[in-house]
Design a protein around this ligand. Structure first.
Ligand code: FAD
Length: 390
């Protein structure tokens, strides 16, 4: 059995994004995954969630909410630190930890739109891992068409009363708090009816389903959330009523980048495993890597991976300058997640029958990668967005 942790093969065009401080941080993250996560992946997959204290361990090392301001428990660093965290997760071939959604999506909503009280209340506890969070948008009846959300929040006195359900919620099973997309209005303009409401998991009437039985990402606690007359104080509203859709749009480019980053690094990890495998495995008396078909396949994959890497790192530069367009980010998400699927398919083929066995990292990558083309906006929706700019 191969180890889950591997270093990627350096890209043909050297990357230029990182300083020595970034690289030192990368080393800390790499060791965390090697020591705390990789040895436990099988266990996480069996129980369908990571151990709760893994969040606290990550918090102790400063691996959660790293980009949040220092006054709210973060390290106030740039988003390259988020990129490193995601890349190291992918190089470890782990799909169990849902840190990025918590640190790079939920924390941003609170930091961008919360008032000082909300930031003080939530961000420091999210940074230590004391509070695990989720974002609940998708419902059984609607995913791509967010404006059709049916979960309602009705203001009664000083409280919102929430009714409805959400599905496919990452970190849903372990979450202590979720930002829930609710319908608070009934205007003709659907986008003006949505609000974001912070809901604590211990509120009466809030319940969770068991982790869903997915084909891959089995260690990730994706589940259903149910709201039966859940009462929360009106102070739990994030930003302003009716502005939910606008708030969800603000960081969309970044959220798509998060998926592109994990797919790029995932493809690089799958490729590195496969190059090693083709050197070790023999057929007809020689390593399978010496056959012309293998060499050409690997050359093609290396070229595709490196083309995507160059595009992605350029997007990241623009992201750091806060000038990354929604269309460029949508293109990164769809193209790189498609590329990842193609790479793992070809790499699995080069593993022969062993590639079909779950103890080989390539097999897990094959099933885990598939969701990337679906969540954070399906790849079809990405094409829709790009086409609208033409
Ligand atoms: C592992 C996993 C984790 C997830 N985590 C979260 C989470 O944390 N929070 C959360 O809120 N959601 C989460 N989701 C849900 C995810 O965001 C949705 O599944 C996704 O947005 C698609 O919605 P849907 O499943 O309802 O598909 P639908 O919207 O029903 O789409 C079905 C098909 O129709 C296509 N389609 C729809 N509209 C159009 C259109 N206008 N033009 C062309 N084609 C179209 C889609 O591309 C797709 O192929 C997760 C999903 C998965 C699988």
């Amino acid at each position: 059995m191969q180890s889950g942790a591997i270093r990627p093969i350096p890209n043909m065009l050297a990357r230029k994004l990182f300083t020595s401080d970034h690289e030192a941080f990368r080393e800390t993250v790499r060791k965390f995954y090697e020591k705390e996560v990789v040895p436990n992946i099988e266990k996480y997959e069996k129980q369908q969630h990571v151990d709760r204290d893994l969040w606290n361990k990550a918090g102790e090392l400063g691996l959660l909410c790293t980009t949040m301001p220092e006054e709210y428990g973060g390290s106030g660093v740039d988003r390259l630190y988020s990129m490193i965290l995601i890349e190291e997760q992918a190089y470890a071939m782990d799909s169990s930890t849902g840190f990025s959604l918590h640190s790079d999506i939920v924390a941003n909503y609170i930091n961008n739109f919360g008032n000082d009280e909300q930031k003080q209340k939530w961000l420091p506890k999210m940074a230590t891992g004391e509070t695990v969070t989720a974002i609940a948008m998708t419902e059984p009846g609607t995913g791509s068409d967010l404006q059709a959300v049916r979960t309602t929040a009705v203001l009664e006195g000083d409280e919102y009363v929430i009714n409805g359900s959400k599905i496919f919620i990452t970190n849903g099973y372990l979450c202590d708090m979720a930002i829930v997309v609710c319908k608070t209005g009934n205007t003709e303009k659907g986008s003006a009816n949505l609000s974001l409401i912070i809901v604590e998991a211990d509120r009466a009437g809030f319940s969770k389903g068991k982790p869903l039985n997915k084909i891959g990402m089995k260690g990730q606690d994706t589940c259903e959330l149910f709201f039966d007359n859940v009462r929360v104080p009106k102070e739990n509203l994030l930003g302003m009523e009716g502005m939910g859709f606008m708030m969800l749009m603000k960081e969309l480019a970044w959220e798509r980048m998060l998926v592109a980053i994990i797919c790029q690094a995932g493809a690089e990890a799958a490729f590195a495993h496969t190059v090693q495998y083709t050197k070790d495995r023999k057929a007809f008396g020689k390593p399978i890597g010496t056959f012309q078909n293998t060499r050409f396949k690997l050359a093609e994959l290396r070229t595709e991976i490196d083309f995507c890497r160059t595009y992605l790192d350029r997007c990241m530069e623009l992201q750091l300058e806060e000038s990354l367009g929604v269309d460029a980010a949508a293109a990164a998400k769809y193209k790189i997640s498609d590329m990842f699927s193609k790479v793992v398919d070809e790499c699995l083929q080069l593993h022969g029958g062993y590639g079909y066995m779950l103890e080989y990292p390539i097999a897990r990558a094959y099933i885990d990668n598939r969701a990337n083309r679906i969540y954070a906006g399906t790849n079809e929706i990405m094409k829709e967005l790009i086409s609208r700019t033409l």
